[in-house]
Design a protein around this ligand. Structure first.
Ligand SMILES: NC(=O)c1ccc[n+]([C@@H]2O[C@H](COP(=O)([O-])OP(=O)(O)OC[C@H]3O[C@@H](n4cnc5c(N)ncnc54)[C@H](OP(=O)(O)O)[C@@H]3O)[C@@H](O)[C@H]2O)c1
Length: 315
């Protein structure tokens, strides 16, 4: 698979990565054996970048990824994230207090069973802790050899600039897909500072996988019930877009998910999508998107079909 450079600090990864969120939370029940098989299949097919976070099962997702990649850990890069906690009654809350970061990162190293984390992200800005202070703590781990590269997620351009002034940021992780274009507003700051973009939810949380169901079909632990793309007033319009995108994909001998991933690869050469799938066949399908070349006519047609992304937004 083609490699891509993320940032200016030496991080190089295969152009299609793997996101592990669904192995722990978000998309209904998972089978750990199947998830481990899917992660290993991704590696066999050339993926070298694997993404997790503390909040994906509060350590369980990290443990699963660590076990799955143990046989080839030195041949890949592992990313994890701190900065979101769960408080009863309040739900998910940002927490990047310095002591908490240290406790969480030490836990992540243990959960992943690694001596270093390749990419450490702040998952979400914390309004109570200036990003300069957060990056100062992250830098302690770089200085100690326990973290290689720094990243940010779910922040704004000003947050990126402020963080980068303390220690070089290699990568921003943000939602980006044919259905979610907002991340394109980051292009100028990323290009100015030489930072890569990891595209999360590149298949629009499965909407661009082609097997989408109305929200009532999902179990209570499936996040998709709360996403506006699935709201009854938006669902049919989004299904219509997907139908036309699927026609375009088929005309090229490709699947919808391959079209969606190839579109991201065509946008900028510093974009790396991290689709998540717990199924070996779907993993293989997604990785084969690396072979799909979209023409200007294809890109124009996609822009015509989804000029503003999916109807209703993702949050
Ligand atoms: N930084 C953040 O705040 C943040 C937020 C969200 C996600 N992320 C990261 O981004 C990664 C990917 O995002 P995501 O998991 O939300 O969404 P995604 O990759 O856009 O979509 C995942 C969903 O699509 C299905 N799927 C995958 N490939 C498919 C295919 N070829 N055909 C049909 N369905 C397919 C998966 O089901 P199966 O598993 O059943 O195949 C799963 O339900 C996450 O795993 C996580 O690492 C980060």
């Amino acid at each position: 698979m083609q490699q891509r450079i993320l940032g200016q600090q030496g991080l190089v990864v295969a152009e299609i990565g793997y996101g592990t969120m669904g192995t722990a939370i978000g998309y209904g029940p998972s089978d750990d054996t199947e998830s481990i098989g899917a992660i290993r299949r991704a590696f066999e097919l050339g993926t070298t970048h694997f993404d997790t976070a503390r909040m994906y099962g509060w350590g369980d997702g990290e443990k699963l990824l660590g076990a799955a990649v143990a046989p080839f850990r030195d041949e890949i890069t592992v990313a994890t994230k701190f900065g979101i906690e769960f408080e009863p009654g309040r739900g998910f809350v940002p927490d990047s207090s310095p002591d908490k970061i240290r406790r969480v990162v030490d836990d992540s190293l243990r959960n992943l069973d690694v001596d270093h984390i390749d990419v450490l992200y702040q998952h979400l800005p914390d309004p109570n802790v200036p990003v300069e202070e957060v990056v100062g703590v992250m830098k302690e781990y770089v200085d100690a050899g326990k973290v290689r590269y720094l990243g940010l997620s779910n922040t704004d351009a000003e947050g990126v600039r402020r963080a980068h002034s303390v220690h070089p940021i290699s990568v921003l992780q943000a939602e980006y897909s044919i259905f979610a274009h907002e991340s394109e507003t980051f292009f100028p700051v990323l290009e100015e500072l030489g930072i890569g973009l990891v595209a999360y939810s590149p298949l629009a949380r499965g909407f661009l996988g082609g097997s989408v169901e109305p929200r009532t079909a999902y179990t209570a632990d499936d996040f998709r019930q709360f996403i506006p793309w699935w709201a009854p007033e938006n669902f049919a319009a989004n299904v219509d877009i997907v139908r036309e995108l699927t026609r375009l994909a088929q005309s090229k001998g490709a699947t919808l998910s391959q079209l969606a991933l190839a579109w991201l690869l065509a946008r900028k050469d510093y974009v790396v999508p991290i689709p998540g799938s717990r199924n070996t066949n779907r993993v293989a399908q997604n990785i084969a998107a690396s072979e799909l070349v979209l023409t200007e006519t294809d890109l124009d047609r996609i822009a015509e079909l989804a000029p503003n992304g999916g109807v209703g937004g993702s949050a």
